[in-house]
Design a binder for this molecule. Structure first.
Ligand code: ATP
Length: 364
């Protein structure tokens, strides 16, 4: 493991990636709108967000396939803003693999080295090393058409890494795979990234994918970064309503309520005491897993669905449909009366107009 790590990084040192006030304007549409972020050296960072939020454009700007309207891009201390892709020291992997169909797996992986006029022995050694890393050494003589989607993606990753890039860029690399292969390949990407230690940026619209394998997530919306931090932190401490709503499956439930004398009334006989919120309208976000059976809110289960070992219980709250994830041992069926209590750390307060997170919490 150490060997591959040191070889991949032979010509790179700490390769942090820094974007400074990056803007990409497509005739009036700001696909990337003043993005300033630092992506840590040696980490796997997920660029996450809904369709059209600007994550692919950000990746293309990092790669040099697109030029920014304004702003700067640094790889370590090197300003690469004006450099073409081939001079940046990047490895790129796209969702459609983009392998050469007439070349064998071995020739596909070796292609960048042949292009670079490396020596025959060196090409052979590094091609084998990469094939071993992505675990396809027994497929070297096959053509891409005879490989599964997952195997093709492994070849594409090997080809991107064989040049020993400073930064590996992956654009929705798993979206053409079926559900089972996606799970397998996302673990593989994590393993390969950990073994090589190469700074990696991974674009995805799939929050579960991002949360499961990344060290850090950059969550974007309409060209603007909403929050950047490790996945657990983002889930437990969302910066605003959008972040809270984007992460989580089943999603968080929001309720438009009023703070009155330091309390929020969720039902006639169920109130929460709130610390830090002024009287007035507020948007309350409650994660489904915040609820558990216990003394508190008396309600009725309107629908109950099994989700693996959990129960997804739907009930009415403050005029809205609410969801609770309960352990299967709760033994709740549709139509049952239930009494639920809340974990205060999974209840959030937002400004109902701007969606900004309020510095408020459930007291006691
Ligand atoms: P998806 O997940 O659907 O690929 P994305 O988050 O990667 O979306 P981008 O592809 O970066 O989003 O697009 C961001 C915005 O910029 C969108 O509004 C898109 O229509 C626009 N856009 C992207 N590329 C171009 C282009 N070449 N010309 C004009 N507009 C573009």
């Amino acid at each position: 493991m150490e060997t591959i790590k040191s070889k991949i990084n032979e010509r790179s040192c700490a390769m942090e990636l820094r974007l400074e006030h990056l803007v990409k304007d497509f005739s009036g549409t700001k696909a990337v709108n003043d993005v300033s972020i630092t992506i840590q050296d040696g980490k796997l960072t997920g660029l996450l967000g809904p369709s059209g939020c600007g994550k692919s454009t950000t990746l293309y700007l990092i790669s040099g396939l697109e030029s920014p309207t304004s702003g700067r891009i640094f790889f370590g201390n090197r300003d690469v803003t004006a450099l073409p892709p081939e001079k940046r020291g990047i490895g790129l992997v796209f969702q459609n693999y983009a392998l050469y169909p007439h070349l064998t797996v071995e020739q596909n992986i070796a292609f960048p080295l042949v292009n670079h006029k490396e020596g025959k022995e060196e090409i052979r050694r590094r091609t084998l090393e990469m094939a071993r890393l992505v675990q396809i050494e027994d497929l070297l003589k096959r053509k891409p058409g005879k490989l599964s989607g997952g195997q093709q993606q492994r070849v594409a990753i090997a080809r991107a890494l064989v040049k020993r890039p400073d930064i590996l860029l992956l654009d929705e690399p798993l979206s053409n795979l079926d559900a089972r292969l996606r799970l397998e390949m996302r673990e593989e990407i994590r393993r390969i990234q950990t073994e090589t230690g190469v700074t990696t940026v991974f674009v995805t619209h799939d929050q579960e994918e991002a949360m499961s394998i990344t060290d850090e997530i950059v969550l974007m919306r309409t060209g603007v970064v909403q929050q950047q931090c490790p996945p657990q932190q983002m889930y437990l401490n969302p910066a605003n309503r959008f972040v809270a709503g984007f992460l989580g499956n089943p999603p968080i439930n929001f309720f438009r309520l009023d703070v009155c004398g330091g309390t929020v009334c969720l039902a006639e006989d169920y109130m929460l005491r709130v610390r830090g919120a002024a009287d007035g309208p507020v948007l309350v976000g409650i994660r489904p897993e915040a609820w558990r059976l216990g003394q508190g809110l008396r309600t009725a289960a309107e629908a109950v669905e099994m989700r693996g070992k959990d129960l997804l219980v739907t009930f009415s709250l403050a005029g809205e449909r609410a969801r609770a994830i309960l352990d299967i041992t709760a033994g709740v069926a549709a139509g049952d009366a239930v009494e639920l209590t809340l974990e205060p750390r999974l209840v959030y307060f937002f400004d109902p107009e701007t969606g900004a997170r309020l510095d408020a919490e459930v007291a006691g």
